[in-house]
Write a new protein. Structure first.
Length: 173
């Protein structure tokens, strides 16, 4: 994508809400992430033409774009949450103890994607925007168990506002 000239990447995902004030179908602007995937996508020989060996990750999700998404949400009347996304590999959902750990570590949402893509895009000098669809309260945050079907249903409920938001954001890039 970088080589094709893409300057800004919008990464979206489904995530579990770790922050107890989040509800299914909320949208969360990602302000930062925690990589607990046990892997770093930049391990291996560095391609110096793409990015530096030790890239700065102090602002993966640029504040300028976070502000743009929030402003766009305001204009459209779409409520947005914001917070830190913590990535685990999955494919199982987390245990309640893992979700408590995630909260203790400062996460607001937990999921199984996005972080490797965001890190590589940042390394390559692209602007990174991340938006999570909170599809369920993460394990133990609410008393109900998790099912993939509930996750899909919540995503479907959020679909239209998510699409509207992303389309409007793209117009402003
Ligand atoms: N955990 C991890 N990934 C997810 C979840 C979750 O609770 N919901 C949707 N994707």
């Amino acid at each position: 994508m970088k080589k094709l000239g893409v300057k800004t990447i919008i990464i979206t995902n489904a995530a579990g809400g770790v922050n107890p004030s989040f509800n299914p179908s909320d949208l969360m602007v990602i302000t930062d992430h925690i990589n607990l995937m046990g892997q770093n996508p930049l391990i291996g020989e560095n391609d110096d033409a793409m990015g530096v060996r030790f890239p700065d990750m102090s602002e993966v999700y640029s504040s300028e774009y976070i502000d743009l998404i929030k402003k766009t949400g305001d204009e459209l009347g779409i409520d947005l949450q914001e917070g830190v996304y913590l990535a685990l590999t999955g494919p199982s959902y987390e245990t309640p103890a893992e979700v408590r750990m995630a909260r203790t570590l400062g996460a607001d949402a937990v999921g199984m994607s996005t972080v490797p893509e965001a890190m590589v895009a940042k390394w390559a000098g692209m602007n990174v925007i991340g938006i999570s669809c909170i599809c369920n309260s993460a394990a133990g945050v609410s008393t109900v168990g998790l099912s993939h079907e509930d996750v899909i249903n919540a995503a479907n409920k959020a679909k239209n506002k998510f699409k509207t938001l992303v389309v409007e954001v793209i117009k402003k890039l």
